[in-house]
Ligand binder design. Sequence first.
Ligand SMILES: [Zn+2]
Length: 316
Amino acid sequence: MAEPVYLGVDIGGTKVAAGLVTAKGRILTQARAPMNSRGSAAEGLAAVLAAAGAATAGRRPAAAGISSPGPLDPRRGVVLNPPNLPCWRNFRLAAAAGRKLGVPVKVDNDANAAALAEARWGAGRGYGAVFYATLGTGVGAGLVLDGRIYHGRTGAAVEGGHVSVDWRGVRCACGKRGCIEALAAGPALAKRARALARREPAKARKLIEAAGGRVTGITGEAVGAAWRAGDAVAEEALRQTAEWYAIWLGNMVDVLEPEVIIFGGGMGALFAAWFPHIRKHMAAWTINRRAGEIPLRLARYGAEAGIAGAAALCLP
Ligand SMILES: [Zn+2]
């Protein structure tokens, strides 16, 4: 009998990506369809089915998983009211997709799903308590305990990106102040670098160059590129941002004491390059005297974390 394959569907604000994934986490196929997140609920579902159809290409998966921006109810497979997906309000995504695909469908939020893929197949394999953080335009987090996503009472647990590390800090899009997302995600890194570059433009020559010649054009990606090229201001912006992550992870270690901490997402590799600095500063932000023993690792899955994560939801 052929090895079972699982369909993983990754929903974003502008596109849906889908792929067939083996029970060992290998991605066999990938396809995409455009997503109109501001259209009707039916149009949103049609985008999911289009990507799924292209990815399966006639092969029948044993089950399907869908990774979606939250908030959602993973137990009932209902997408509640994600700000980035106005097309779906209290939408029964698992039931609707399951009817069309003819297989059982599981739904979870993108960070939880990616955390599960890392725990089952990636950098967290072999560890019982896996804390995963996805760093990009936002900060997401997931906790996997003995191979199961920790959901909390209603499925809203481990919104790690909205843990505040500075009650007087900048206001986050969620309304709270000083969330790690508001202080250390891509846009915050870019803002910090822009302020530093304005103060010392001579030192930021490579950074400004990487941003197309204008300080206002500096993005998180430009900071990463300029730092790799040896720019002093990019380095300073990253150092300061890494220190926020150190405070945050110190808190996470005190609450969870995970067996491994994994960085993924579009900026995961950039901040993983700062693990030694993060580890050094983390010691001051945890009372756990053995925190230094916890491995800090880069995720196995990069851009395909959503597909792998969604497929991982199907595992027994
Ligand atoms: Zn927040």
